[in-house]
Design a protein around this ligand. Structure first.
Ligand SMILES: NC(=O)c1ccc[n+]([C@@H]2O[C@H](COP(=O)([O-])OP(=O)(O)OC[C@H]3O[C@@H](n4cnc5c(N)ncnc54)[C@H](O)[C@@H]3O)[C@@H](O)[C@H]2O)c1
Length: 451
């Protein structure tokens, strides 16, 4: 697929649970096998009623992030695991067993739904082209669903998911986990209540990485051609690298861009009016664009916000983050918790908390490190609240989003990324692929965002 040597680049560079120093590509398979033996450090048991949960798709994200994080949440009990690849299904069942949860394994999700009647909720972490089929079947079987982003690889699939959630009156949370991240929530509060940016005029975001990620597999554990075909794959390479194939994924804009473009609309409190984009398959031999650059226009009541975004697969320069710029200050934030800064324009008024913040001089401006829940709480909230926030931000980011979901299942608290919101992000993101193909500025009609 790539012009570079197809060295196995595991999904481990994804920021999640898997940033374990011990796991580099060299000892990778050995590492994964070892994980199956691990016991997860779980939270102290709470008084929450137990929930019976299943997961479909225990690959990189399903196993490393969602299964591991769910095991840390009191009262979440896995009773079933479904994956078409026995190699990874067994790995997940072993991990559960180590953690005192004996679950049944399935390759067919329909068989699982037919037999596991007691399920309260299902986590879907299969490739994007299967999300609509899997999520809708679970909703129709009366289960609440946590489904990974990108909601679907087609707008129609995403629309059908919204309709199924509405019709069945079951919860459908989509995995844009920044929406449950206290650092992002705190940043938004600072923008809204303390107006640290003044009037927001521009956003910038990027996800740069040095290579196109490719997944390998142990030859002894290959799926046979019939099984692959039955589940929509033409080869084992497609099964392991579905995100680079057009009929299986929406490409890098959906895979990575959807997380960050979701934040643009959320923080601007607006839907885009238009987008202009460029990109192509310039360096690798993948079906999807390996680099994309785009500029959105977000008309807001306060005026225009322009947001530029890029994904590169040839340089890791700067990593991944989002910057929000206003006439009084700018703020950079990332899911990488090491990244978080606020710059105040010299002409803007000082904030009370600046004296307590770590500062550095950058390009003639003072940069203040964002310390969530500590120095940057503008309203001087009681220490206990700040302390709670500090505890929360130590949790893995996917755990926070799963906790939000399980709390909604148990107590009816609001989902932080319900299907309708994620659908708007789908519309926003997919138009970029259309704009790259059309090589022109494309407009959004308000009705496109409505299901
Ligand atoms: N929220 C995040 O930060 C984040 C990060 C990475 C991936 N993701 C999302 O998670 C999902 C999975 O991505 P991944 O990187 O784990 O992919 P992956 O290829 O590593 O894992 C997918 C798993 O699904 C299984 N599978 C495929 N078809 C199936 C079917 N019909 N029935 C049952 N199992 C099936 C595969 O065998 C594999 O184990 C994608 O939607 C991706 O966009 C989200």
């Amino acid at each position: 697929m790539s012009q570079k040597s197809p060295e196995f680049l595991p999904e481990l560079s994804r920021r999640s649970f898997v940033q374990s120093a011990a796991l580099t590509s060299a000892g990778l398979w050995a590492g994964w096998q070892a994980w199956a033996q691990e016991k997860v450090e779980s939270a102290p048991a709470g008084n929450e009623p137990e929930l019976a949960v299943a997961i479909i798709g225990v690959g990189s994200q399903g196993y490393n992030s969602l299964l591991n994080c769910s095991l840390k949440i009191p009262g979440v009990r896995f009773v079933a695991v479904c994956d078409i690849w026995p190699f990874w299904q067994k790995r997940a069942l072993k991990l559960l067993e180590k953690n005192g949860q004996k679950a049944n394994g399935y390759t067919d999700y329909q068989e699982m739904l037919a037999k596991e009647k007691q399920l309260d909720a299902v986590i879907v972490a299969t490739p994007d082209f299967k999300h609509a089929e899997h999520a809708i079947a679970c909703l129709k079987a009366g289960k609440h669903v946590y489904c990974e982003k990108e909601m679907s690889n087609t707008l129609d699939g995403a629309r059908q998911m919204v309709l199924a959630a509405r019709e069945t009156r079951k919860l459908l949370q989509i995995g844009h986990q920044r929406r449950s991240n206290p650092r992002y929530l705190h940043a938004l509060k600072l923008m809204e209540s303390d107006k640290i940016l003044g009037r927001m005029t521009h956003c910038y975001g990027q996800w740069n990485r040095s290579r196109l990620l490719e997944g390998d597999w142990p030859k002894a554990d290959e799926l046979d051609a019939d099984t692959l075909k039955r589940y929509g794959f033409e080869s084992m390479h497609q099964h392991r690298n579905w995100r680079w194939y057009r009929k299986l994924s929406g490409g890098p804009m959906c895979d990575l861009g959807s997380h960050q473009v979701d934040i643009f609309g959320w923080f601007a409190k607006a839907k885009p009016g238009a987008v202009i984009a460029g990109g192509g398959t310039d360096y690798y031999k993948s079906e999807w664009y390996d680099n994309v650059m785009c500029i959105y226009e977000f008309p807001t009541p306060a005026g225009m916000v322009r947001a530029s975004y890029q994904i590169l697969n040839t340089t890791g320069h700067g990593g991944f983050y989002e910057t929000f710029m206003g006439d009084e200050g700018s703020m950079t934030i990332s899911e990488d918790s090491r990244i978080g800064e606020f710059f105040r324009e010299p002409t803007a008024k000082k904030h009370d908390w600046e004296a307590e913040s770590e500062t550095t001089e950058k390009a003639g401006q003072q940069a203040f490190t964002l310390k969530i829940g500590e120095t940057l709480d503008p309203s001087g909230k009681p220490a206990a609240e700040g302390q709670k926030l500090l505890e929360e931000v130590k949790k893995p980011v996917h755990q926070l989003h799963l906790e939000n979901f399980f709390s909604a299942v148990r107590h009816g608290t609001p989902l932080s990324c319900p299907a309708e919101l994620a659908y708007e992000t789908c519309v926003t993101v997919m138009k970029v692929n259309d704009a790259v193909a059309a090589q022109k500025r494309l407009e959004f009609k308000p009705e496109e965002f409505v299901v």
